[in-house]
Write a new protein. Structure first.
Length: 241
């Protein structure tokens, strides 16, 4: 099995940032640091889980490479693209719940396990299946307010200088005291709210007594008090890019 040159990572995907996987890519700076060292080749594993995509690789001569697994109900609709000679890549950008997912590659009509993935198991027929492990739910390009499940949405506020953050809006009659966000650390405050679906809500955060629109949400309006507030349509597709 050939090694992939590490510069390929930047050539294909220059925006590599924090990842959640057994192969961790902390940030672009570390990648650049590696490139400046006397390292010509580096062996890495597939799949590679980044912040907004899951990358699958296949290295070899082929006319067609597909991938199927639990994450797409084993449908043959995920076609890998030949990025350069003998290097096939698939970028998976779907939201996937946490869990263990079995998958295989279909190379020129023949099913095989992922040669670049050391995690595998055998099914009842002794067929080798590769494993994708997601410790946390994979959520690419997360937008706030963020749909969690059913009619629940997650609101987030970030400010390292903030002490107390509350939220007021149509859902609580603009009460600035009834809904306080929980500090999650590193200046991040969050709250989950259950909202009626298909309704437009106006809301605002209150940071230590000061009303501030949601900086994550570019849709801003004026409420009855002529205060700048944020607007949000409660529909789960509104949280999906």
């Amino acid at each position: 099995m050939k090694h992939f040159k590490i510069y390929l990572l930047l050539f294909l995907f220059p925006a590599l940032i924090i990842a959640q996987s057994r192969m961790i890519i902390p940030d672009e700076r570390k990648i650049n640091d590696l490139l400046t060292k006397d390292i010509t080749d580096i062996q890495f594993q597939s799949p590679m889980i980044l912040s907004n995509t899951i990358l699958f690789f296949y290295n070899g001569s082929a006319k067609s490479v597909q991938i199927a697994g639990d994450f797409n109900n084993w449908q043959n609709d995920l076609q890998m693209e030949e990025s350069r000679s003998n290097l096939w890549v698939l970028s998976l950008k779907d939201r996937i719940p946490a869990g263990q997912y079995k998958y295989r590659l279909k190379v020129d009509g023949f099913w095989i396990a992922d040669p670049l993935n050391p995690d595998y198991e055998f099914d009842m027929g002794r067929q080798k299946l590769s494993i994708l492990n997601l410790t946390n739910e994979f959520i690419p390009n997360k937008k706030f307010p963020f749909w969690v499940s059913n009619n629940t949405y997650l609101f987030q506020y970030k400010n390292t200088n903030a002490n107390i953050i509350t939220i007021a809006g149509d859902f609580n009659n603009w009460n600035p005291y009834s809904h306080q966000l929980k500090h999650k650390g590193a200046g991040i405050f969050e709250i989950e709210l259950e909202l009626d679906p298909k309704v437009i809500y106006l809301y605002s955060f209150i940071q230590d007594g000061i009303w501030i629109p949601d900086t994550y949400n570019k849709k801003q309006y004026r409420n009855a008090q002529n205060r700048a507030v944020s607007g949000f349509y409660a529909d789960k597709t509104n949280s999906i890019p």
